[in-house]
Design a protein around this ligand. Structure first.
Ligand code: NDP
Length: 300
């Protein structure tokens, strides 16, 4: 990749809308032909403001695409036991094909236990240890939504990723680790960086594909980016909008204004990876439906 002009800005919102329209087309066909429509259950515990926004958006877009969409809202002091019972009920519910518990959960609830209670075949987040293991060993498994969204954008833009050096910054179970697994599966040479990495700027400068998932506003500077690289910014950080009225705005982990001058491709925040996550959740729900009903999954 060589650098000749400012980066092409990837419109994740438009790609997400196109994928959701395609999913809606398939869901409509299923609904015409079958008694049971694909169903997604989302469980939200507590009143964390960003989680409420995400869940509302998931509910709306799932319904728009023709899915049966059910949201279970529970108070912040909900004990663990009734939550596990609710999940067990949904595991058995023939009208539900995908189950998602919005993370983080309050401290009285053991997150690992919640994830392990979700039936692996309805685990549309791909967080169940059985699915994590299947993905890591190259078997068929649901793929965590945010990394799958990033990979979808990369493949649409670059095609074959084989041989490219990908640097993933961040090693969380929900983004960094599965992202690295997926890029390895695409035959990239993958480096994972984290808070103990030495000389992160120099490492980032070697990346043909740079995927920061850190949670630190504009942390990755423009001069850390290799000219022409693809920059997929996963970070979502709320900062003061600088208007003096207490209003806020969202920025990524990358200093966009600097990096756009150096990169070949870049995702904005908002409007990049974020909208792709929901599209991939719906994709995974349709895929779970197809697996459960033993019909071919219609998408590549
Ligand atoms: P976590 O807090 O779980 O993980 C952050 C990772 O970043 C850790 O591995 C940490 O390293 C690493 N890190 C922290 N500081 C540095 C540093 N100075 N240098 C290098 N690495 C560092 O975050 P998540 O993975 O859950 O989320 C990351 C970001 O992505 C957040 O902004 C989040 O809001 C966003 N996000 C966006 C989604 C979307 O739909 N677009 C979905 C999910 C998350 P260590 O392990 O050593 O502590």
């Amino acid at each position: 990749m060589t650098k000749t002009s400012p980066a092409r800005i990837i419109d994740g919102k438009a790609v997400s809308a196109a994928i959701r329209a395609e999913l809606a087309r398939h869901v409509a066909i299923i609904r015409e032909q079958r008694a049971v429509q694909p169903g997604l259950a989302v469980i939200l515990i507590g009143d964390d403001a960003p989680s409420q926004v995400y869940v509302k958006s998931k509910e709306k877009l799932a319904a728009e695409a023709g899915f049966r969409s059910v949201v279970y809202r529970r108070p912040a002091d909900t004990p663990e036991e009734p939550l596990l019972t609710l999940i067990e009920g949904l595991n058995e519910d023939p009208e539900i094909h995908g189950i998602l518990v919005q993370l983080p959960v309050p401290p009285q609830i053991d997150e690992a236990k919640v994830i392990e209670t979700i039936s692996p075949e309805k685990d549309v987040d791909g967080f169940h240890p059985m699915n994590v293991g299947r993905l890591a060993t190259g078997q068929d498994a649901p793929i965590p939504c945010t990394p799958l969204g990033c990979l979808t954008l990369l493949k649409r833009e670059l095609g074959d990723l084989a041989g490219l050096h990908a640097v993933v910054v961040g090693r969380s179970n929900i983004v960094g680790k599965p992202m690295a697994t997926l890029l390895l599966r695409e035959n990239c040479t993958v480096t994972m960086a984290h808070s103990r990495t030495r000389d992160l700027p120099a490492l980032c400068r070697e990346a043909d594909i740079l995927v920061p998932a850190i949670g630190k506003p504009r942390f990755i500077r423009g001069d850390w980016v290799k000219p022409g690289a693809a920059v997929i910014d996963v970070g979502i950080n709320r900062i003061d909008a600088g208007k003096g009225d207490g209003s806020t705005r969202l920025v990524g982990d990358v200093d966009f204004d600097e990096a756009v001058k150096v990169a070949g491709l870049i995702t904005p925040v908002p409007g990049g990876v974020g909208p792709m996550t929901i599209a991939m959740l719906l994709r995974n729900t349709l895929e779970a439906y197809c697996r459960i009903h033993r019909i071919a999954f219609p998408l590549a």
